[in-house]
Write a protein that binds this ligand. Structure first.
Ligand SMILES: Nc1nc(=O)c2c([nH]1)NC[C@@H]1CN(c3ccc(C(=O)N[C@@H](CCC(=O)O)C(=O)O)cc3)C=[N+]21
Ligand SMILES: [Mg+2]
Length: 287
């Protein structure tokens, strides 16, 4: 039986429906509109698409978004100054600096400069630490979106073997942290470029998360029959979007799979909106 397709657009729409209602309630109660400030440095075409999608999603859910576009020649100090200005701006609740930044800029220093209360990406070390201790403030959007999808589909994680391929700070590491935490209770293995025999490990996965950034890295024979496959990759190949999983091969083996596009990507955006609303609620209650 071919895999059932996990429809990220549909699940994202359901989550955003709830966010719209919660946002309307919050605005009615406080007179404050949750506000996301996005910063885009340079003209990377993929980043333009993502940032536009984020702005559109904010608008549809009743959140305010402001895009700060800076030229690719922007200096570290100029970017740091913009972040400081957004930190101090009481009308801004969430700050997102779109990655990747141009080569000459130090992304870590910039992300560390965002005040943790406005860090809607969940990348600041304070928020990473809180997540890892099981007392989250902002969860990183992509891994959180994946957890939301699993929950929505009624896919249980407790006691199951989850294998995460990729160890990035943005996806792989936090994904593993969320799957292993109390309540999710998976047994987690992380694979990376130095792992020996990734195929053998991947084949043990009940839940396989591919976050390597290599088009179609996961072949059909790396998947255990009946496994759930989550494809976090978005690679542009000949003007087409391709995931980290060989989709047609995986469909023959897996029990359920996320497509690209229309899988994890839309969930990432929904969780960003949720974090922005959460940030606004916290900042309003701190007044
Ligand atoms: N500070 C920061 N935070 C991020 O969350 C962040 C980032 N930088 N840099 C890049 C990655 C990637 N990312 C995506 C968001 C939406 C889609 C998305 O909407 N995808 C659609 C289609 C997109 C398309 O057509 O290209 C889909 O998969 O169906 C994809 C990828 C957020 N990221
Ligand atoms: Mg990696």
């Amino acid at each position: 039986m071919p895999a059932s397709i996990i429809d990220g657009r549909k699940i994202s729409a359901a989550v955003r429906e709830q966010i719209s209602k919660d946002t309307a309630d919050f605005v009615a109660a406080t007179g404050v509109t949750p506000h996301l400030a996005a910063v885009l440095v340079g003209d990377d075409p993929a980043s333009q698409v993502y940032v536009r999608n984020k702005e559109r999603a904010c608008e549809k859910c009743g959140l305010k978004s402001t895009l700060h576009r800076l030229p690719s020649e922007t200096t570290q100090q100029q970017l740091a100054e913009l972040v400081q200005q957004l930190n101090a701006d009481e009308s801004v609740h969430g700050i997102l600096v779109q990655l990747p930044l141009p080569e000459h800029l130090d992304a870590t220093q910039i992300l560390d400069a965002i005040i943790p209360a406005k860090d809607v990406d969940g990348f600041h070390p304070e928020n990473v630490g809180l997540m890892s201790q099981g007392r989250p403030r902002f969860l990183p959007c992509t891994p959180h979106g994946v957890m939301k999808m699993l929950e929505h589909e009624g896919i249980k994680t407790s006691g199951r073997h989850a294998v995460v391929i990729g160890r990035s700070d943005i996806v792989g590491k936090p994904m593993a942290a969320l799957l292993v935490q109390k309540g999710a209770d998976a047994t987690v293995t992380i694979c990376h470029s130095r792992t020996s025999d990734i195929s053998a490990i991947a084949r043990q996965a009940d839940i396989l998360v591919a976050a390597v950034g290599i088009p179609e890295f996961v072949k059909g024979d790396m998947i255990k029959p009946g496994a759930v496959v989550i494809d976090v990759g978005i690679n542009r190949v000949d003007d087409k979007l391709v995931g980290d999983v060989d989709y047609s091969a995986a469909c023959e083996v897996a029990s359920a799979i996320t497509p690209v596009p229309g899988g994890v990507g839309p969930m990432t955006i929904a969780m960003l909106l949720q974090n922005t609303l959460h940030a606004a609620k916290h900042q309003a209650s701190a007044l």
